[in-house]
Design a protein around this ligand. Structure first.
Ligand SMILES: O=C(O)c1ccccc1NCC(=O)[C@H](O)[C@H](O)COP(=O)(O)O
Length: 213
């Protein structure tokens, strides 16, 4: 499977950032969402940006955040893209894209085929849709290690660039790619030893598994 892009999400420590770079991941996700165990402060994000430079794309992750929060993070972390994981509408996503001048990714919470079909409303507003598992009410909207039925994406041909997230691990990502042929995979808790603590060997194993798929 050629050139599947890899995003390691929830990087909040220098060793994890160095490991993602060494594993030749394409993107490092920085979570700007207080309730997450992976949340980074602006100062931490700036230090991670300093460490990583141009070696990896930095994607800032937000959940129904206001403009000032997003802009402060974009500036501090010198973000290359922004990912929205809340209930942002296509109109809101389009406004943010115009205001920030950065690629905008929209996470789509998936349980059924209808959820995937509904992602079409983001065409023209977002640059990429990230299909992720729908999480239980009251829990975090992502980073929960939950997978959806990957067969929903079998033979998927969307109008926009897309990626697969949710419950991926070194041990199952090849199966996920075999079923979905996803051009980008995103992992967070599947490469952690505890919530918010990245497992360095897990990051390396995940990248190796993707490249061997
Ligand atoms: O990772 C978080 O803590 C998080 C919190 C709130 C919204 C989204 C969050 N993560 C988004 C991601 O892009 C994760 O990588 C994605 O949901 C997959 O997570 P996992 O199933 O743990 O691999």
């Amino acid at each position: 499977m050629a050139d599947v892009r890899i995003k390691i999400c929830g990087i909040n420590a220098h060793d994890a950032m160095q490991c993602a770079i060494a594993a030749r991941a394409d993107f490092a996700g920085l979570v700007f969402f207080g309730p997450s165990p992976r949340n980074v402060t602006l100062a931490q994000a700036a230090a991670l940006a300093e460490l990583s430079g141009a070696s990896i794309g930095r994607v800032g992750l937000f959940v129904d955040a206001d403009d000032s929060t997003i802009i402060a993070a974009v500036d501090a972390a010198r973000l290359d893209a922004v990912q929205f994981h809340g209930s942002e509408t296509p109109e809101r996503i389009g406004q943010l894209r115009a205001r920030l001048g950065l690629p905008v990714w929209k996470a789509i919470a998936v349980r059924t085929a209808d959820d995937i079909a509904a992602s079409r409303k983001y065409a023209g507003a977002a640059d990429l849709v990230l299909f992720d598992a729908k999480t239980p009410a009251g829990s975090l909207p992502g980073g929960m290690g939950l997978a959806f039925d990957w067969s929903l994406l079998r033979s998927y041909r969307g109008a926009m660039p897309w990626g697969l997230a949710g419950g991926l691990r070194p041990g199952n990502v090849q199966e996920a790619l075999k079923i979905t042929d996803a051009p980008l995979v995103d992992v967070s808790s599947g490469v952690e030893s505890a919530p918010g603590i990245k497992d360095l060997a897990g990051i390396a194993a995940f990248a190796k598994a993707v490249r061997a798929a």
